[in-house]
Design a protein around this ligand. Sequence first.
Ligand code: VTB
Length: 460
Amino acid sequence: MLKLSVIEREEHTGRGRPRLGVTVKPKLGLPARNHAQVVYETLRGRLDFTKGDESINSERPRCSPYPPGATAVRGRLAEWAPPGRARAEEAGQAMTAKRSRSHAIGVASDRNLALELVRVTEGAAIAAARLMGRNAKEEADQAAVDAMRQRLAHVDMDGVVVIGEGEKDEAPMLYIGEHVGNGNPPRVDVAVDPIDGTTLVARGLPGGIATVALSDRGTLYATHCAYMEKLIVGPRAAGVIDITDTVRDNLRRIARAEGRDVEDLTVVVLDRPRHEALLRDIRATGARVKLITDGDVAAGLMAAMEERTGIDVLMGIGGAPEGVLTACAIKAIGGGMQARLAPQSEAERLTAADEGKDPGVVLQLDDLCAGENVFFAATGITDGELLEGVRFAGSTARTQSVVMRSWTGTVRYIDAIHNMTRLRALAASGRARMRPVASELLVAPTGGRRLRSGIKGGAA
Ligand code: VTB
């Protein structure tokens, strides 16, 4: 016997009646064809088919009519002949439309995609951490990319990489424009940095993280420029920053907003020759300085989460992709961020010009990330101030991650223990849906390629 749950919502369909929906529970285990038939009859009977409360792909394959997604049912609806192919196709489209609405990213379904993304960053972090301190940046990066890509494929989303490892020709995986996810709604822009701080990981230094962000399709700032000037603060000072103003005046206003003296502020800056004048200006105000060698995504997060980290401001020029990723997290934290493209070479100036972008223009947080539904996840690779790194102990790997969602502003820290013995066994038996990549399972890596587009690094 069929078990259907019928829901009534106050919300209207726009056709003069309330939405009256039917959910056919996947756990019933109906084969795709029978499931399609029930959905079809539901739609013909003028009910709305809804499936918003749970991830179809999270159902156990044995029970689910859907694997590898709702495509099977949609396909069935479209091909199902009686009582008329056209109507069946119509029903198929109706179902797709309903699903798109009910899966509006993170709102109607109240789905927190960041909780799914954390599995992606955990995998990348474990894979990269196996190669910590080997002075092998490319191998570590490759391992993180492999793991991240493998896991992204299982996320219920129709994603396009906007911030990635570079151009398709240079980066065979997670390249800009690559489609990721299983193709189901929601439609999202994806920003990835499988390792922010490859040098840190290669040298076993603190602060390397794996990170991913998602935002509604078309809402992330896309550029091929490599460098960006950034000014980041926490929520209390969000309204007082002005990247076009002097360092002194910015720090004075930030200190006032924080209810502190300028001397009490800590400003984090990438340790680069290009920041000589900036550092002089900061030191002249009496503010404290924290220099980092790499990893300005984590540093930007720390500046925005000043309560927890003791860092109040991030200033200076870092990676542009890192800037967009950071902006996604700042949206959830509620901090303040302004940026400007900061070309460091003639080639980069030409790139900006080709894109029709003026490096003088101030980019506000919403220019970098215009989405209302933004999800961010990061997992520590090496021990850092923001996150602990991966710890291996016999058959387990421990990870620490932070996940954020802009809609609610919730920030969660997630400690996880991964049973590598069991994962290894599942991988060997072919029963793991998400097969761990070689380096996660301590299998010797096969050698890597440098994936990231090579435009950075030419300048001081
Ligand atoms: C920063 C840092 C990154 O790039 O964004 C930096 O956070 C900027 O580029 O970890 P330069 O190193 O050329 O200054 C990274 O170091 C990653 O490449």
